[in-house]
Design a protein. Structure first.
Ligand code: GDP
Length: 419
């Protein structure tokens, strides 16, 4: 119908038929041209014990001698004791489309007597690539972000025909939410078709049992039947049983193919009846390379980033809570401050009272002194007045003055006075 609601989430979007040419049908071509101009960038990691054919498979996948043929270590050589991380990059081109391919190798994985921590340096490497991306995103200038994140991890399973080993499960459990895991049965030409089928079933059961998420080709609604069929076919081959070879050999019927030649015949790498190499290449390169990049960015990196930022925040909050919870600290400080104030007040009161007492005592003393002096003076004055009145009376009554008065008096009088 010309106008109908699109779906519940976008109920305001109405489908309309155009009346004439507009031009946006060319958008995919614009994106295409731009992508081709910019080129593509992809990083794949390979993990697995040495000798499982990792280098050979990478060379086979990208049809390039990316890895030179390895010389086996002489028995006397010092073997490294830890898992190393080595990466090589190459610019490859196909029909004018450029791809900067980086392969991260992990030599040493699973090669030691004790492989308990083999996954650790690999997780650290993947996380440090996330870290570097996050750091670039947080820069002021985000124009030239280099994406070194690992977009896919090919995990090579030894073709034992039994089931996954503890190291396989441990590795996948540690890595599955940080990288797109693509499990591979290495050197599948060493197993019969039946053995491969049984081995695959057991591996998938182990993976399900341990809740390990491996990369699944996404299926979208409204997709054409061909794409859906392709996705199902690819999904049906996981874990891919592959054969690698960078050598061209001649088949009994005279064709020249990439493969491995045995006394009983030739195993062809690119023959879907012989192994899952073609399906793996479709998954990794032809059909889902962009999906792998997208899933790395939108899901794996995003989850890691959220967790990282949250853990940083929560760690800070909890430490604040434990050590310097502001409310509790303020309350504590207030109580201490009040106690200090009360103590100071009590001390001041005591000192004040003491001082008042001292002052009062002093005042009382000086009052007494004053009083005593006053009394002395009063007494002295009283006595003087008495003497003067006595003198006055005597003068008035005509009696002679008291002998104190110095004059031309006789010795007798003097003698009298001194008595
Ligand atoms: P890496 O140590 O995992 O990188 O293994 P290499 O790629 O160096 O291969 C180790 C040996 O296994 C070499 O002799 C290869 O020729 C051989 N090889 C590689 N891929 C296969 C394969 O699919 N099947 C068999 N049978 N041998 C293989």
């Amino acid at each position: 119908s010309p106008s109908q609601t699109h779906n519940a989430g976008l109920s305001s979007v109405i489908r309309k038929k155009l009346m004439g040419y507009v031009g946006f049908a060319n958008l995919p071509n614009q994106v295409h041209r731009k992508s081709v101009r910019k080129g593509f960038q992809f990083t794949a990691m390979v993990v697995g014990e040495s000798g499982l054919g990792k280098s050979t498979l990478i060379n086979t996948l990208f049809n390039t001698p990316l890895y030179p043929a390895k010389e086996p270590l002489p028995p006397s050589a010092e073997r490294p004791k830890t898992v190393a991380i080595e990466s090589i990059s190459a610019d490859i081109e196909e029909n004018g489309v450029r791809l900067r391919l980086t392969v991260v190798d992990t030599p040493g994985f699973g090669d030691f007597v004790n492989n308990d921590d083999s996954w650790k340096p690999i997780v650290e490497n993947i996380e440090s690539r996330f870290d570097s991306y996050l750091e670039q995103e947080n820069r002021v200038n985000r124009q030239k972000i280099v994406d070194n994140r690992v977009h896919a991890c090919l995990y090579f399973i030894q073709p034992t025909g039994h089931s996954l080993k503890p190291i396989d499960i441990e590795f996948m459990r540690r890595l599955h939410n940080k990288v797109n895991l693509i499990p591979i049965i290495a050197k599948a030409d060493t197993l019969t078709d039946e053995e491969v089928a049984e081995f695959k079933a057991r591996i998938l059961a182990d993976i399900a049992h341990h809740n390990i998420h491996i990369f699944q080709a996404p299926t979208y609604e409204n997709e054409d039947e061909e794409s859906i069929a392709e996705a199902e076919e690819i999904a049906g081959k996981i874990p891919f049983a592959v054969v690698g070879s960078d050598k061209v050999v001649e088949t009994p019927d005279g064709r020249h193919v990439r493969g491995r030649s045995y006394p009983w015949g030739v195993v062809e790498v690119d023959n879907e009846d012989h192994c899952d190499f073609v399906k793996l290449r479709q998954m990794l390169i032809r059909t889902y390379m962009e999906e792998l990049r997208e899933h790395t960015n939108a899901v794996l990196y995003e989850n890691w980033r959220t967790e990282k930022l949250l853990s940083m925040g929560v760690a800070q909050d909890s430490s604040v809570f434990k050590e310097v919870n502001p409310a509790a600290k303020m309350q504590e400080e207030r109580i201490m401050h009040e106690a200090k104030l009360a103590k100071m007040e009590a001390e001041m009161k005591m000192v004040f009272q003491q001082k008042v007492q001292e002052k009062e005592a002093k005042l009382k003393q000086s009052e007494e002194e004053l009083y005593a002096r006053h009394k002395d003076m009063k007494d002295a004055l009283e006595k003087q007045r008495g003497d003067l009145e006595d003198k006055k009376r005597r003068i008035e009554s005509g009696r002679p003055l008291t002998p104190e008065k110095p004059s031309s008096q006789t010795g007798r009088k003097k003698g009298f006075l001194r008595q």
